[in-house]
Design a protein around this ligand. Sequence first.
Ligand code: ZN
Length: 527
Amino acid sequence: MHTLPFLLSGFEIQQISSDETILKITAFATSPTAVCPSCQQISYRVHSYYTRSPQDLPISGCIAQLALQVRRFRCQNQQCQRQTFAERLSALPVSARQTARLGTILDAIAVVLSGQAGSRLTDQLAMPVSADTLLRRAKKAATPSRPTPRVLGVDDFAFRRGRTYGTLLLDLESHQPVDLLEDRRAETLAEWLRHHPGVEIISRDRSTEYLRGATEGAPQAQQIIDRWHVLKNLREAVERFLNRIHSQLKALADNPEKPVLRQKRTSTEKMLADGSRLRRHALYEQVVEHYKQGGSILGTAKQFKISRQTVRKFVQAPTFPERARATRTTSALDPYRTYLQQRWQQGCHTVSQLWQEAQTREFSGSRMMIYRWVQLQEEAASAATSQSSTQAKPSPNLPAPRHLAWLLIRDLERLDEEERQTLTFIRHDPSITLAYELVQQFVTMMKERSAQQLDTWLLTCLTSGISELENFAQGLQKETSALQAALTLPYSNGPVEGKINKLKYIKRSMYGRGGFSLLRQRVLKAT
Ligand SMILES: [Zn+2]
């Protein structure tokens, strides 16, 4: 037993005993002398013996529990204030409950994974420690200081589900995290930059806080708007535009030959619809008013118990946005259409007659449905006589504005057949054709990193008559230098986004414990 490959410098093993999971090792300190920590003199005189029981690295999958006989020495220096002292052991720090070598491993684990998850892992590794011990160790572990980068990436991340935000700073050349800031205010970033002179290029998103922070903290640095964020903003502008004209497109899709003519409704349907429209209109006015009084999107959404998307749609629409018409679902009438059509052509145009006939054929729908169908036939007949009858095109099922925005932004090569058809269809609207050309030109500039066309593009966009794109261009005009840089320099915040995903993982593994300083530790040490 004494030949186990077990080494603890300064000790000699006396006895090893074990049960199934724990190996207990008894040993005693062998050095004949000790140095007084106060006066540094060597002492030969042992004052007393006592036992310390630290945990050590596991052995063969068992917990290693030490029982170490150590000593107090008497200081032999008459001048020294200290009478006795405990011997100092390199393998076992003062008052530690783990040996130094176990401590090193626990620190490494704590930095990557502490809290309950870390504690479960150390259990499995036969070196059990509590979640609190791991947290304490992670906080104590020294944070390495990173060299100031030449090219700095700045991006925000959410603490606690988006209620508060912090800032991640990244070296865009080495792709290492440089630091973590507790918020995303201009002052905090400026302060950091002043303490870290030498940053030459700063890549950031389009928040005005980062713009101001970078300008104040490092006025000599070249700023770059991150391309990914610019394209995201462009897509959002396009989506707002499509949202505004969506009902118009929908009408075109439902009735491609007669975009202006709307189908009449029965008085009951109209009354119901009007009631719902009135309620929605009243809500719209209240929401817009609340928002104008300084309410936030989120606050307004909570106040009226509606989604944030709805609030945003309301406050961004120039006038009351009419609801897009619901797409037709299957109807109890469907199996009878052929029969009714046949009867119609034979000259039977009376509602009660048709309803009776349908009922004898087990039609379960209401009389109103037949009435409505008859009305549609009459309208179609009168429309056909007033203008030359044409074969109606099958109307494409119009996707939501968000999806349509992607169609305008993405490379045509990457659209499937159905998406191309939809794109061709909506481009019948001249304003969409214009928007499409502007968007594609911009995407190409971004992809090919060519800034030559930028001024012309901005000018065209500013006079396009599409207010959403005009606003987008106005915003870019305020940051022309940073935009030019984005189109000529190779840096982007891509790596920052990647690190933020990793940061989310670290945050989750902490189960909300430990606070900002620990999170910062982890992010800087985990890479
Ligand atoms: Zn002494």
